[in-house]
Ligand binder design. Structure first.
Ligand SMILES: [Zn+2]
Length: 394
């Protein structure tokens, strides 16, 4: 009898365990500076993560990519994180900004020109590099092995896994057109000479679309445009997949920073390929960021760059749109941690605690593995962190 009672008790415990709603994981990003020495201390970083952890349990920390010469900061933060059962991932850029530390070959447009850099007048100017050159790929793996492999990282989070967007006009999107990439386009059945002459004769109309739905994205009217963007996504994403495989063979967890599903094809991101090779993805679902990767910002740049292209609907960056992008990523079989911006800037990122709570609720309602609090937890206003506490379903 006792045995039966015990059995029933264990069974009940198991059933009630399964009924518990899935605890969604919180991932934070710590931006220490791009290659340059950081001005933050390990104590500041640990203190801030501790604050977040008390509001919402932190599962992973993405931190990088200062070249801290003695690696002390990563080791110190890593020791603290591991004592709390939190994983530490190195934040590394892949196809942009690497030229600052390596002799990488640039991405060029279909006419062989290097597209203008983002914010070329500012100190944070950077260029994009070719997604096919084996040297560019080897350099990324080399810097991990040489500089970061003994710092205690549990994984790598790859940023800039793409080509340039419409930030500098159409030229960056029509690439990479270097001889190596042209060969890969040919292998995908796309003749770049034909794409060039089609664009030269059609102009903006080359980009016209006949339909848009969140699930299927934009449907190009011109079959050559459709074939070009499909091939481009295969080329860029296959290179990223190869790097993911190499990193995972080192026993590292791999996460990817992605454009929202509706803009991803323009920058060479094929969700089907990428999600088959990464442990998790972080689509940047930024509705209030008026800088690269901001959804409305990028979409308006597209429309401004292509005034003669037809079929692009006006898209309101409201919570319904956020939900449509969350729905669009639901079918992919890998960890899904949408990125919501918590940073604040009056002009560039006019977020608010209400915006944070609304976005968090939408993400939680989808029941994914978690959320990434973007993009620098050290600069997030405390009121925005408090908004995480007041969010429903917490
Ligand atoms: Zn190339």
């Amino acid at each position: 009898m006792k045995k039966i009672a015990l059995f029933l008790f264990v069974l009940l415990a198991l059933v009630s365990c399964q009924k518990q709603p899935k605890q969604s994981g919180c991932v934070v990003q710590v931006a220490l500076g791009h290659w340059v020495p950081t001005h933050y201390t390990a104590e500041q970083i640990i203190g801030r993560i501790d604050t977040v952890n008390q509001i919402m349990p932190v599962e992973k920390v993405i931190i990088g990519w200062t070249l801290d010469v003695d690696k002390k900061i990563y080791r110190q933060v890593g020791e603290y994180l591991h004592s709390k059962g939190i994983r530490m991932l190195l934040w590394l850029p892949l196809f942009a900004e690497t030229e600052q530390v390596f002799d990488n070959s640039p991405a060029v447009d279909l006419w062989g020109r290097t597209p203008a850099n983002y914010d070329s007048a500012a100190s944070n100017a950077f260029r994009f590099n070719c997604p096919s050159d084996p040297k560019n790929i080897a350099n990324l793996l080399d810097i991990y092995d040489r500089v970061f492999s003994d710092c205690g990282f549990d994984g790598v989070f790859l940023d800039r896994v793409r080509t340039q967007s419409f930030v500098c006009g159409v030229s960056g999107v029509l690439g990479c057109g270097c001889p190596l990439c042209v060969e890969r386009f040919a292998a995908e059945g796309v003749d770049i000479q034909k794409v060039k002459s089609e664009f030269e004769s059609q102009g903006d109309a080359f980009f016209s679309v006949s339909a848009y739905s969140p699930a299927d994205g934009f449907v190009f009217e011109n079959p050559l445009a459709a074939a070009f963007f499909k091939a481009k996504s295969h080329i860029v994403s296959s290179s990223v997949a190869a790097i993911c495989d190499s990193l995972r063979s080192r026993n590292l967890e791999v996460g990817l920073d992605l454009y929202a599903p509706f803009m991803a094809p323009f920058v060479g991101q094929d969700y089907s390929i990428l999600t088959a090779h990464a442990d998790f993805i972080k689509p940047m679902l930024y509705r209030k960021t008026f800088a690269p990767a901001g959804m409305g910002y990028e979409y308006e740049l597209l429309r401004k760059s292509l005034p003669g292209a037809t079929g692009y609907p006006a898209l309101e960056m409201d919570v319904d749109f956020l939900n449509s992008q969350l729905d669009a990523m639901a079918r992919y079989d890998c960890g899904k941690y949408p990125g919501i911006e918590l940073n604040y800037d009056k002009e560039l990122v006019p977020t608010s605690p209400e915006y944070v709570a609304e976005s968090l609720k939408a993400v939680k309602d989808h029941g994914f593995e978690g959320i990434v609090l973007s993009w620098n937890i050290l600069e997030v206003p405390l009121s925005h962190l408090e908004a995480l506490r007041s969010s429903p379903n917490q």
